[in-house]
Design a protein around this ligand. Sequence first.
Ligand SMILES: C[S@@+](CC[C@H](N)C(=O)[O-])C[C@H]1O[C@@H](n2cnc3c(N)ncnc32)[C@H](O)[C@@H]1O
Length: 257
Amino acid sequence: MPRAEFDRLAPRYERGSRVMSLGRIVSWRRKAVAALSPRRGARYLDVGAGTGELTRAILGAEPRANVVALDASRRMLRAGRLDGLAHVTTRVADATTTGLGSRAFDGIVSGFMLRHLRGFDLFFREMARLLRPGAPLVLLEAHYPEGRFRRLLFQIYFFGFAWLLGALVTGTFRAHVGLYRSVKAFPGLPALEAAAGRHGFVRTGIERGAWTGFFLLVLAAPHPAARPWAPRRGGRVLKEGLLPAPRSSPWGSERRA
Ligand SMILES: C[S@@+](CC[C@H](N)C(=O)[O-])C[C@H]1O[C@@H](n2cnc3c(N)ncnc32)[C@H](O)[C@@H]1O
């Protein structure tokens, strides 16, 4: 979806998201932050931060964490009133060319941005550069749920109803056509995981909503001790592929299985 559409949507984005998801978006953001396990004094990136709901959730979980909220749309960041919040820095940049320092982050989270990228490779290359070895990359997205019946219900609900409701609640028809198209065009988890694997990420967890279409994919940044890439489909959060904690990483034993 073009940046201009997010600029237009900015002041009403959060209202639309909550209405379309029947409020479920809030608990999924909480799950994403739990997967990140923010620590005091550590540095996190919220990429495609929008109005900063995930940034706030990180600080809600750990008020002494430091967060960079990055988004291509200045208006989305402004609508979130993040400037002036303690421990938060905002940055207007593209997710694939952030201009941020290498290995500068102890974890990265991204909510509902991947659908708006043209491809995943440049994104994963940049995330691999920004993260400390073995640090988590937590991706929250929405796509079809598993199973034919659930998929059908989701299609009826989202494409027949929810996107229109979002358009009515926010008064931004074109932005919601963009949202509609982005969900339709999203290539799905296998393509996402394959791209992550090409850049050395290892899956450490996955959770899929039974009905909502939300999913959470948790990856660990490239690390010399990483196991070979072995993508699998579906399932609840897995212990599969957890890395031995690197000595230099501030994650220490907390992240061990
Ligand atoms: C659907 S909103 C999600 C906002 C927020 N993360 C949330 O949890 O609700 C997607 C955001 O991604 C941003 N975005 C889309 N493509 C981007 C890119 N290539 N680089 C940075 N931000 C991008 C948009 O401006 C928008 O604010």
